[in-house]
Ligand binder design. Structure first.
Ligand SMILES: NC(=O)c1ccc[n+]([C@@H]2O[C@H](COP(=O)([O-])OP(=O)(O)OC[C@H]3O[C@@H](n4cnc5c(N)ncnc54)[C@H](OP(=O)(O)O)[C@@H]3O)[C@@H](O)[C@H]2O)c1
Length: 315
């Protein structure tokens, strides 16, 4: 027998209680883990309250991550007494999760606990901390470094934002933490934020695709208007300059950019090439002395400017 937080659904009302379960209730899988720690993530909050439609089958054990010790294994990568960590793979959503004393999972989803870290510390970092580290690594993979300038963290007092603030500060970044919680300012400064700003100016719709360039990078855990405004403050390009627009358009074919815009992927290099051809045509007409073509030039460039604005998430 083992204890678990069990969710049951009766007439679309989800209730949670700590229950003693028999091992035969566990799902199938090739590794059994004696769970030592799990976290309470925002997704767990949704699931325990029956929100988000994430769980399709009840009874259900939530817990999107856990750390613990292998007790049985039919997986070549793990043996009893191995210390392991799991996060993701929709464990705790479509599979029974870590808010229990035992979990049975597919061994491919497990990661050996790294040396020098305890199972408790692994879950103190948790999935939110892991996500924050991935965000910092992504910034650095795109060339941001502590000398680049101020890095903004939005939703800074939240799970992802607070760990991102701490990691960035520890790595020497100048971190500006944006938060709606006045009582969290001291906490965020304690994590290493150089300054804390109120989140409300970021929540308003961006009025322009281009604002004064301020941020070298941003870990944004809010999205929506906040993301649009931050992007407008990051790229520092002029949507009315063809040279700037031409350089931005091909970005619409890169997932990093098209995943953030309303209409998604676009072969942005094609309109760039088209306008170049218009410019060449203009040059030929000017060379041959035809007089009226200046008007062709301006509308072609202006028509493309809104697409570039969308590439900055301004939609
Ligand atoms: N946690 C994870 O493991 C994980 C993993 C992958 C992706 N994510 C994504 O990361 C995002 C943040 O997750 P989280 O776990 O950090 O959530 P969280 O702990 O709830 O933090 C979100 C923060 O966003 C700010 N916020 C909330 N409502 C807002 C509003 N209306 N306008 C502006 N700011 C608002 C708040 O920060 P302040 O109180 O400081 O204002 C809040 O603390 C979510 O989109 C989530 O899907 C999370």
């Amino acid at each position: 027998m083992f204890k678990a937080l069990l969710l049951e659904n009766s007439n679309d009302v989800v209730s949670a209680s700590v229950r003693q379960l028999d091992e035969s209730a566990l799902p199938s899988g090739n590794v059994t883990v004696a769970v030592e720690y799990s976290t309470v993530n925002y997704k767990d909050g949704l699931i325990v309250n029956g929100l988000g439609g994430l769980v399709k089958k009840y009874p259900h054990v939530p817990g999107i991550d856990f750390s613990g010790t292998v007790t049985e294994s039919r997986h070549p990568g793990f043996k009893p007494r191995d210390k392991v960590v799991l996060t993701g793979w929709r464990v705790g959503e479509t599979q029974w999760g870590g808010l229990a004393q035992k979990a049975v999972v597919n061994g491919d989803w497990l990661v050996p606990l790294p040396a020098g870290i305890s199972t408790r510390e692994a879950m103190a970092i948790g999935t939110a901390g892991f996500t924050a580290m991935l965000a910092v690594m992504a910034l650095e993979a795109h060339g941001v470094n502590p000398g680049s300038g101020e890095v903004l963290v939005t939703g800074a007092a939240g799970g992802v934002g607070s760990v991102a603030t701490a990691i960035l500060a520890r790595r020497g970044y100048q971190v500006i933490a944006s938060s709606g919680r006045a009582d969290a300012h001291e906490y965020l400064k304690g994590l290493g934020a150089s300054s804390v700003v109120d989140r409300s100016p970021f929540s308003e719709p961006a009025k322009r695709p281009l604002e004064a360039e301020r941020w070298a990078g941003c870990v944004d855990s809010v999205g929506g208007n906040t993301l649009a405004r931050v992007l407008a403050q990051m790229r520092g390009k002029d949507p009315d300059s063809w040279n700037d627009v031409r350089a931005q358009l091909p970005l619409l074919a890169q997932e990093q950019w098209y995943s953030r815009v309303k209409r998604g992927y676009a072969r942005g290099w094609e309109p760039a090439r088209f306008v170049e051809q218009v410019h060449q045509y203009l040059a030929v007409l000017e060379w041959t002395g035809t007089g009226t073509v200046a008007r062709v030039h301006a509308p072609a460039a202006l028509a493309l400017a809104p697409s570039a604005a969308e590439a900055r998430g301004f939609n």
